[in-house]
Ligand binder design. Sequence first.
Ligand SMILES: O=C(O)C(=O)C[C@]1(C(=O)O)C=C[C@@H](O)C=C1
Length: 344
Amino acid sequence: MPHVALVGYGRFGRALGTLLEAVGVEHRALDPVADIPEPLRAHSMPELLEGAELVVVSVPVPQMRDVLKALRPFLTPEHLVLDVGSVKVKPVEALTEVLGAQVPWVGTHPLFGPLSLAMAERPMRVVLCPNPLHPEAAPRARRFYEALGCEVIEQSPEGHDQVMARTHALTFFVAKGMVDSGAAADVPFAPASFKALSRTIETVRADAGHLFNAIQQENPFATQARGRLLAALQAIHRDLESAPAMKPEQARETAGHAVPGLEPAAPAPREPREHIDELDRELVELLARREELVRRQRRAQAPGNEPARTEALLAVRRAWAREVGADAQEVEAVFRAVLGSGLR
Ligand SMILES: O=C(O)C(=O)C[C@]1(C(=O)O)C=C[C@@H](O)C=C1
């Protein structure tokens, strides 16, 4: 595996460093402000780039052009430069302008971040935008990401940003609207439908602001996507305001009909068997994530008193089982099997 130079050691740079370490890829990092552990720290650009094959630029999107300009004098045609920004049109413009045909580069967007990496969420997907100036760069970047365990999707920068405008930008927009309007603050309970949004709300709250700004301001398609969403929300709001209140007998007649302004798209109810399959699939995915987290824990900490630790762990799981009304002995047996298998 190539030696990797990380330019920028913020939230994403640090998380990528952990991933590189997990697969044994040698790396070094340079960042004027972040705290970098001494063995990984480079003190200058020449030191950072010495022996590096891959240069990963992990800085806020608005700083990309200036950082590339500062790096440019030290780069050679043997390097491969990747950016990891959440948008692609503007970073690719900066890469074209500053590195051009002289230094190989490719725009990439890992669709995961520190939160999902810390939880060992899978799959890890990366969008890669091949460019005609360096046709050999995309296959090299693909090999790098695949060696880290990522699935790679190829897209044009415009295609990427259009999809992100309708997904990433709108999700963050709605979540921030809920935070700023106080809608999501300190609620004592919430329905299942809200839980899907709550993770994004947490990401928006934890964000230093530059991720939100990059997703919204640096994506040329985001303004239009937000405008469309706002217009649709206003139309739904107007319909709801102007619809006459229903009498109980009308409510029965219209049950299953469209709510004003909404498409009737209720999914057909599914058989319990299908739900069981889905749950089992999730269990398998959770076991894979558990295995990965245990591996990380082992690397970080030498094994202590294993039998005592196992008994304490099982006692906690039995208590959890009782809390949710499951059979504590059955649950213990499952965990004994997990702990006794290779999945631990
Ligand atoms: O998982 C995380 O920690 C993230 O920061 C998540 C997240 C996202 O919004 O899903 C944030 C920005 C990246 O471009 C991709 C992933």
